[in-house]
Design a binder for this molecule. Sequence first.
Ligand code: IPE
Ligand code: IPE
Ligand code: MG
Length: 243
Amino acid sequence: MGGHTVAVSDLTGGPIPTHVACVMDGNGRWAARRGLARTEGHAAGEAALLDAVEGALDLGIPWITMYAFSTENWRRPADEVRYLMGFNESLLVRRRDELHQKGVRIRFAGRRDWRVPKRVLRRMDESMELTAGNRRTTLTMAFNYGGRAEIVDAVRSLVADGVAPDKVNEKSIRSRLYYPDQPDPDLVIRTSGEHRISNFLLWQLAYSELVFDDVLWPDFRRGHLFEAVRDFQRRQRRYGGVT
Ligand code: IPE
Ligand code: IPE
Ligand code: MG
């Protein structure tokens, strides 16, 4: 994609996506290019996250989901995993009041398993409680999140409730997802030039429009979001039908 030439006013004539989901990728490569530790790349990603949220508020996007840590990211070196846990905790502590003041409802999607430190879970709960009444936008952090794990959890919950086979359908599975009230993403943005889904929102993105941007996540700013929305507005969504 080219320079950041798209302004909010260029987009208001077209459809604004109701839900935008981002795979925030490329932090490690951003750091490596600068001769820094990978963790420095994660730290630099904070500004990108906050600016992306600002951009979503500028456009009036009511749902944003950010992929922060996958169920596969535990495979990383222990010190990087430890850093990411602490970083996500401190980010919440430092940023939740500011997000709250902006009218952002914060939620978390993912497994609350034993590997996530208790104090991180506590910060997550505090942030959700603090911002539960906000409706300007809902920011869902996908943390210890895997799309397959979410579907497994949904099916488990149906089985645990003794739901009959003929009552297992798309509606009942959806009702057991982590956030059944959340609309499917209209637009998914992945940075860093990788063209894959990496186990993100597998159920929900059946008909999402995908935009891939070469920018490394720490360099992402709201202008990149606006460009992605412009691309989205040029797409024709058919959902299997004809137009
Ligand atoms: C994305 O950046 C952040 C997380 C997955 C937590 P990466 O850490 O994957 O950066 P690259 O892909 O190695 O450059
Ligand atoms: C996806 O990025 C997960 C997050 C951005 C949190 P990864 O960097 O983990 O994905 P792969 O390993 O390149 O597929
Ligand atoms: Mg990566």
